[in-house]
Design a protein around this ligand. Structure first.
Ligand SMILES: *[C@@H]1O[C@H](CO)[C@@H](O)[C@H](O)[C@H]1NC(C)=O
Length: 147
């Protein structure tokens, strides 16, 4: 009896552990959900330039009806661009980006949610996040604006 229990306990623990690992892995890898991809390097721009912060889903996936967010955590409010079903929700946007940010609406059906920022300023330097709340997907883009 005693030796049986010795053997059973670690085995059931092991089983529980492998089930947990499986759940963690399958959440990210096995469900085939697209991943958000940002650039691998910082973008460098000069003040006054128009820049595109790249961000897209791989494999392509239509996000035109989804809520999409571009934010920068060092801003308050942090929203640089928010859209729902391809319509911008302007009232959420940080005033310093008023009239300066846009998405490429025709690209949304290919999962491309790259953001255009017009006439960048030195103060636009920072780390931007593109985020799809419903899919819990995010990617980061670092922008450096020289003077
Ligand atoms: C996303 O759209 C932008 C603007 O048209 C383009 O520059 C970029 O190459 C596109 N990205 C992908 C992955 O197609």
């Amino acid at each position: 009896m005693a030796h049986q229990q010795d053997g059973l306990f670690p085995q059931s623990l092991l089983k529980a552990f492998s089930v947990l690992i499986f759940i963690i892995l399958s959440k990210d890898v096995c469900n085939g959900q697209p991943q958000l991809i940002g650039p691998s390097q910082a973008l460098v721009a000069r003040a006054g330039d128009d820049v595109i912060l790249p961000c897209h889903l791989e494999p392509a996936y239509d996000v035109s009806i989804k809520t999409l967010e571009w934010t920068r955590s060092s801003l308050d409010p942090r929203f640089v661009y928010v859209s729902r079903a391809s319509q911008e929700i302007e009232k959420l946007k940080n005033p310093s980006f008023k009239g300066r940010t846009s998405l490429f609406v025709d690209e949304l059906k290919y999962g491309n949610i790259s953001l255009k920022i017009s006439k960048v300023k030195f103060d636009d330097t920072g780390t931007y996040k593109c985020y799809i709340p419903e899919m819990e997907k995010e990617a980061f883009v670092e922008l450096v604006v020289g003077k």
